[in-house]
Design a protein around this ligand. Structure first.
Ligand SMILES: [Zn+2]
Length: 186
């Protein structure tokens, strides 16, 4: 969900008059105004002042783009623009936003965005980013390191027994060379 400040209807209008999206938007607005005028005529009671039709103009031109930034010289908003709440398609939320997002509730006042508490969100985000797996991996790594250190210790002890094969080894040495030497000297 984003809050944007974008141009008002007069920012880019010709002479800063009301700018319409296109001709069909203008035609729809004219039809609506006519309908309202006829309704007011029918509802008029004796003694009421005659209703006045709403006169719409397209002097401001067409091409209103609600994504543009406001214009400082605008005679209507003076560059303040209009605040717009933009709700993005929830299928494409970032992991951070998805962790906060709990759903959308339709209310009489409009859409209500439901969010998780920051703590819940932090936990969901941590899960999404794999912090817990990393945690497990680290535990695993710790175990692997322990096994590695144990294996290295065993190896070091085996290395300590290597001198058995060297000349001068006590009789009964298991190496073939040691056995041959022993036979020659007899
Ligand atoms: Zn404006």
């Amino acid at each position: 969900m984003e809050f944007r400040v974008t141009c008002c209807r007069h920012c880019f209008g010709v002479g800063h008059a009301y700018q319409w999206v296109d001709e069909s938007e203008f035609a729809d607005a004219c039809a609506r105004a006519e309908h309202e005028f006829e309704k007011a005529l029918k509802a008029r009671k004796a003694g009421d002042p005659p209703p006045r039709p709403t006169m719409l103009s397209d002097a401001g031109g067409y091409g209103f783009d609600p994504t543009l930034s406001p214009v400082d010289e605008c005679e209507r908003c003076a560059g303040q623009g209009v605040g717009r709440t933009v709700i993005k398609d929830t299928r494409f939320l970032s992991p951070q936003a998805a962790a906060l997002f709990a759903g959308v509730k339709e209310t009489k006042e409009g859409l209500q965005i439901l969010t998780h508490s920051p703590l819940d969100a932090a936990e969901k985000l941590a899960k999404h980013l794999g912090f817990y797996e990393q945690d497990n991996e680290q535990k695993g790594k710790g175990l692997a390191e322990m096994v590695g250190a144990f294996a290295a210790g065993l190896h070091a002890r085996q290395a300590g027994r290597l001198p058995i094969a060297q000349p001068g080894a006590p009789a009964g040495a298991k190496t073939p060379l040691g056995g041959m030497k022993a036979a020659k000297w007899k």
